[in-house]
Design a protein around this ligand. Structure first.
Ligand code: PLP
Length: 223
């Protein structure tokens, strides 16, 4: 699907939900995509991109951002404490804050470097053992920790369990956000972004529907 077609579908979903036109940000998730495809999307003027690995992003984006000033990069995958400094310099926004220790580490580095990306707290709405994210019962406590640390938390993020009704998870995330006075929601991917927009998504994370199917690994896709 072309980017223009995606934009059209997003605007339609906003309209159907009675939402303001342009209130949803499309994050083009470029993980594992060949650089040629990323350049094509950059060339169309798109400025908001997401990656799920710090290392992969660090290997390809500094050069792309040099040639396209004004591009913002979002981290949508898990963040390890030992990559925090690198991530905070590279990303405009981090969508995967999910534990107090990580919050404290981010606050320490923010002090040191004098800047901090916007932050989303990732919630494991399906309480899946293998998935990152704070479980709903522990969210309020994590939010108050981030407030004590004066971190710029702007909203919540979730990845619904495969095979479950995504709408239930999006609705839960919206409720949790409202209860905590947070107004941004990072939810919805290629297969369910229209549902997410109907339930209040402000950031949809779209990979394959923008770039096409992902290669399985980075090997041999540098073209
Ligand atoms: C890969 C990824 C996406 C995009 O997935 P698509 O199904 O390709 O749209 C969105 N969010 C996260 C966290 C991802 O890792």
């Amino acid at each position: 699907m072309s980017l223009a077609e995606m934009d059209r579908r997003i605007r339609k979903a906003e309209k159907d939900a009675g939402r303001e036109q342009g209130s949803t940000c499309l994050l083009a998730i470029s993980k594992l995509q060949p650089v040629g495809r990323i350049r094509a999307v950059l060339g169309s003027g798109h400025t908001q991109f997401g990656e799920n690995r710090v290392q992969e992003a660090a290997s390809k984006w500094p050069e792309l951002m040099d040639s396209h000033p004004g591009v913002s990069l979002h981290l949508v995958g898990p963040l390890q404490s030992n990559k925090v400094r690198q991530a905070m310099k590279l990303f405009r926004c981090i969508h995967s804050l999910d534990r107090p220790k990580l919050a404290r580490r981010i606050a320490d580095v923010a002090q040191e470097i004098g800047q901090c990306p916007d932050l989303f707290i990732q919630v494991n709405t399906g309480e899946e053992a293998q998935k990152s994210g704070v479980i709903p019962d522990d969210l309020d406590r994590l939010v108050s920790t981030t407030r004590q640390l004066e971190l710029p938390v702007v909203g919540l993020m979730c990845i619904p369990p495969v095979g479950e009704e995504a709408a239930l998870h999006f609705g839960l995330l919206a409720n949790l956000a409202e209860r905590n006075g947070l107004n941004k929601l990072s939810m919805g991917m290629s297969g369910d972004f229209e549902t997410a927009i109907a339930l209040g998504a402000t950031h949809v994370r779209i990979g394959t529907a923008v770039f096409g199917e992902r290669p399985q690994s980075l090997a041999g896709n540098r073209g």
